[in-house]
Ligand binder design. Structure first.
Ligand SMILES: [Zn+2]
Length: 321
């Protein structure tokens, strides 16, 4: 093996590919792959522990980070989808009180109006005087269903106004999940359109079943004073039912799979990074429980673990005779 076959070289390639800074001068002259280092100690061949050596400064610059494995919590959480709807009772219609021709309409769809604001003038056929229709509630004009010159009949809805300062989020829960998702559970609602999230709490589980989807509806309310949440928009939500302690957890970013599809992580000792096959338990969106293959306190690669994986792969590929 020549001095060009350093694990660092593999990393240089990766770093260049990812547009990061390449290996430093100090790191370049190192000789021998980690596989050889192991082989020298063991039986003169590279089989056995897959490992590589990455100088500390290279690891630092390429964003490889380690953290001590230790106890953590795993959340029982459910990813669900739902829909934003106006809060019932906060939608109102402005109507003609007496029949007659519409002389003026003073609001358009999307306008923000306040309660009592004049919205239309109608000439009454009964009194031949003009009367004003005002907004029954403050809110946003959702619909305008009349035009100037048309004859309104008594009870004709002219405008539909909704108070959208809060909205309902109706989340669809399927199957057995409805059994342990109850009111009071925290939920993070995320807009599909731009990924913006809001925190809220499940208010109630509706008694019926949504007929089209055969789901149970869990309802929460979200604040919409900025008006950026729109009724009818689809959302996704994460419902965190519970958090359970786990003796040993690592972040999901630590996980890789080896060539046989087994779950592995990388444990650092000094500048040596060794692959470790692990048995996994419960997991949530961020962390996974490790039930075998790792001890508390061991230094686990938690950022850029794929760089370590690639470096180990490169080392063993170079070693093939
Ligand atoms: Zn659950």
């Amino acid at each position: 093996m020549t001095s060009t076959n350093t694990p660092c070289r593999a990393l240089i390639v990766l770093l260049l590919m990812t547009g990061m800074v390449a290996c430093g001068e100090q790191a370049a002259p190192r000789t021998g792959t980690a596989a050889h280092a192991d082989a020298d100690r063991d039986d003169g061949h590279a089989e056995g522990v897959a490992a590589t050596r990455i100088p500390a400064d290279v690891a630092q610059r390429s964003g490889i980070r380690v953290a001590a494995a230790g106890p953590g919590t795993i959340a029982d959480e459910h990813e669900v989808q739902g829909l934003l709807t106006p809060v019932e009772g906060r939608v109102a219609q402005a109507m003609a009180r007496f029949p007659g021709p519409i002389r003026a309409l003073r609001a358009n769809i999307g306008d923000r109006v306040r309660a009592g604001q004049p919205l239309a003038s109608i000439e009454s056929n009964l009194s031949l005087t003009t009367y004003t229709v005002t907004a029954p509630i403050s809110g946003i004009v959702l619909q305008r269903s009349a035009s100037v010159g048309a004859v309104a009949t008594e009870g004709t809805p002219l405008f539909e106004i909704a108070d959208l300062s809060t909205l309902w989020v109706d989340l669809h829960i399927f199957g057995n999940d409805a059994g342990h998702i109850t009111a009071g559970i925290p939920v993070t609602v995320t807009r599909m359109s731009d990924g913006v999230s809001a925190e809220t709490t499940l208010e109630r589980i509706l008694p019926g079943t949504a007929t089209a989807s055969q789901s149970t509806v869990a309802r929460a309310t979200i604040d919409n004073r900025d008006g950026l949440w729109r009724p009818g928009a689809a959302v996704r939500a994460r419902i965190v039912v519970d958090r359970a302690d786990a003796a040993l957890t690592v972040p999901l970013t630590a996980l890789q799979t080896d060539e046989n599809g087994r779950d592995v992580i990388y444990v650092r000792e000094g500048e040596r990074y060794a692959e470790r096959t692990v048995t996994l338990g419960r997991r949530d969106a961020n962390n996974v429980e490790v039930t075998a293959g790792l001890s508390a306190g061991e230094q686990v690669v938690v950022a850029q673990s794929f760089l370590v994986k690639a470096d180990i792969g490169k080392s063993s590929a170079e070693h093939e005779h």
